[in-house]
Design a protein around this ligand. Structure first.
Ligand SMILES: [Zn+2]
Length: 152
């Protein structure tokens, strides 16, 4: 059964989530040399038939934290995740846009490889972002991430 999502106006998104997503996208644009900033859309899993934010509704075949639409240059990020998930999703989806324009079609057809590449990029980008933005207000998260990376 398809999952229904509602597009959430950015003004209704928690400021910390907006801050980290835009920061991460800014980093990825430079790091991946993307042409033009992808348009960021926020989405929310619609659990009820009524919309919560008055936004447009669309369906997708699975539950996702984010989606990339490379041709339209749109990245969609779920507001249902926590701040680390939102940060990694921004990088993950930016990587999908990069892949679309840079990888040969036989690689793009390998969904497992493509997802692995995007996940691994998101981890590296998360680490890089937190390192180069030492003044960002996410001290608690940064500590958690550091511990995570020490273990890996
Ligand atoms: Zn993906």
């Amino acid at each position: 059964m398809n999952i229904r999502y509602e597009i959430v106006p950015e003004s209704r998104v928690e400021p910390n989530l907006r801050y980290i997503a835009h920061d991460m996208l800014g980093f990825c644009i430079k790091d991946l040399n993307l042409k033009g900033k992808p348009k960021l859309e926020w989405i929310h899993e619609l659990e009820y038939s009524c919309r919560l934010y008055g936004g447009e509704v669309f369906e997708f075949y699975m539950l996702v934290r984010g989606l990339a639409r490379p041709v339209e240059n749109i990245i969609q990020i779920s507001i249902d995740g926590n701040i680390v998930q939102v940060m990694e999703t921004a990088a993950h989806e930016a990587r999908h846009i990069f892949q679309h324009f840079n990888y040969p079609s036989h690689i793009l057809a390998d969904k497992t490889a493509i997802e692995h590449d995007a996940n691994s990029y998101a981890k590296d980008a998360g680490c890089a972002l937190l390192k180069y933005w030492p003044d960002n207000p996410l001290d608690a998260m940064r500590c958690t991430k550091k511990e995570m990376y020490v273990k890996e």
